[in-house]
Design a protein around this ligand. Structure first.
Ligand SMILES: Cc1ncc(COP(=O)(O)O)c(C=O)c1O
Length: 434
């Protein structure tokens, strides 16, 4: 056993890990582009972009340089009573690329905190306007929004958090209309979901502060895609009932669905949007919760009580802001969305083969993402087939990590044609093994 693994075993508590039975983690010593390298120098194709973050690939020289230059100038400063150029530039750039008047940027550290901030914003927004009865929330079955308490409550329809039910706030989770390639019954499924939503809204809408939606794709509960019109209709119904509409684009943001943000395809302007993961292209932890002007204005008064009394030590860390600014620039310089379109076209070429394969069902593609379920495999987060597949892929140099029965690819945009071919060949070879 290597020294690192030995120390790891003695001291480290890993996320989502049963330490009594989990196999040893891979010791990663380096990463470049779409590849990770282990202690022996073996190359592993990072087909899930290290938890969906590294959009431009690992160690992009422009991001490395932006980080180094900023580190030499200003490493960190508290963000109450101080400000700095990287945060100003980033907030201006985000306001420039986000639709409508989503212009007020609140910084935090990860997807869960971005969601916590959105939840508190929505709650206090109504309080500040004298509507103190709005204390509940709406969300979708299957929605996942992070692992902190508020985020868990909003994700209670995902089955990830049943253990913690007693700690949660009131959230009404209604059915979600998911779809896939060749799905002929999506119309009636959407109607049923909309009917259930309208009924819940009738009953609880006047007590609710907001609805939270992962637009176009529920990520962690299994890459469950929805049609833009479904998201648009639900959003409008919620707004008509007086709820704020929060889009959680922690997973879908920054090009994953084919447009910079999924809300562009939905054609609906949310009141609040949560972004993280690819915000810094995987280099540093950071998140933002961006609100529309009207939301921000509800917090202005001559009393501190109406201000958002929330913050984190590393709020708007200058290093993370500088890297995020550079990552946004790379969308133009590296033609990132064109690369997404190219990956998308290649993914779609695999759909027919996937749909014919006896071990797969519900094949689907969107933006740079390709997903399907293992036919006949039931279960949640970890399944036997999924674990066996993960191990087989890893042994064959592919980081593909099924979510329960869902197998998916979400590669960095820099992945080459040769690497994609290797990914597809390996994907099918693995399916033939189980
Ligand atoms: C849609 C969505 N929201 C929030 C989160 C939580 O983000 P984090 O893991 O950075 O706390 C995730 C993580 O997967 C996510 O997919």
């Amino acid at each position: 056993m290597s020294d690192i693994l030995d120390i790891d075993k003695r001291h480290i508590w890993h996320p989502f890990t049963q330490h009594a039975s989990e196999r040893d983690p891979v010791v990663v010593t380096g990463a470049k582009g779409a590849c990770l390298f282990d202690e022996d120098g073996t190359e592993i194709l990072d087909l899930i972009s290290s938890w969906w973050t590294c959009i431009h690939g690992h160690g992009h020289p422009a991001l490395v340089e932006a980080l180094a230059v900023q580190a030499a100038k200003l490493d960190h400063v508290m963000f109450a009573g101080f400000t700095h150029a990287p945060a100003a530039t980033l907030s201006q750039s985000l306001a420039g690329v986000l639709p409508g008047d989503l212009t007020k940027v609140f910084f935090s550290d990860n997807g869960s905190t971005a969601v916590e901030v959105a939840l508190k914003l929505a709650f206090q927004y109504h309080r500040n306007r004298g509507e103190s009865a709005r204390t509940e929330f709406f969300a979708f079955e299957g929605g996942y929004h992070g692992d902190t308490l508020g985020a868990m409550s909003l994700g209670r329809g995902s089955n990830f958090f049943t253990l913690f039910e007693d700690l949660m706030c009131t959230v009404h989770a209604t059915p979600y209309a998911r779809t896939w390639e060749g799905d002929n019954a999506i119309g009636p499924r959407e109607e049923d979901a909309l009917e259930a939503f309208a009924k819940a809204l009738d009953e609880h809408g006047n007590k609710a502060a907001a609805i939270i939606i992962e637009p176009l794709m529920q990520g962690a509960s299994g890459f469950r895609f929805s049609r833009p019109e479904f998201v648009r209709q639900v959003s409008q119904m919620a707004r008509d009932a007086g709820l704020l509409v929060i889009y959680d684009e922690v997973a879908t943001g920054f090009g994953r669905t084919g447009t910079l943000f999924a809300c562009e395809q939905v054609g609906f302007l949310p009141d609040i949007i949560c972004l993280s993961k690819a915000l810094t292209a995987g280099m540093l932890p950071m998140a933002v919760t961006v609100a529309r002007e009207g939301v921000f204005e509800a917090f202005l008064s001559d009393k501190f009580d109406t201000a958002l009394a929330h913050g984190h030590t590393f709020t708007a860390n200058p290093l993370a802001c500088a890297v995020a600014c550079k990552s946004l620039e790379l969308f133009k310089q590296d033609k990132a969305l064109e690369k997404v379109a190219h990956i998308g076209a290649r993914n779609r070429d695999q759909l027919a083969r996937l749909m014919e394969h006896p071990r797969t069902e519900h094949a689907r593609a969107m933006g740079c993402m390709l997903a399907f379920e293992l036919a006949g495999s039931k279960g949640h987060y970890k399944t036997q087939d999924g674990e066996r597949l993960r191990d087989w892929y890893l042994k064959n140099g592919l980081n593909i990590r099924p979510l329960g029965p869902t197998v998916y690819l979400m590669p960095p945009y820099c992945i080459t044609d040769e690497q994609l071919t290797r990914a597809y060949d390996g994907l099918f070879a693995g399916l033939d093994q189980i």
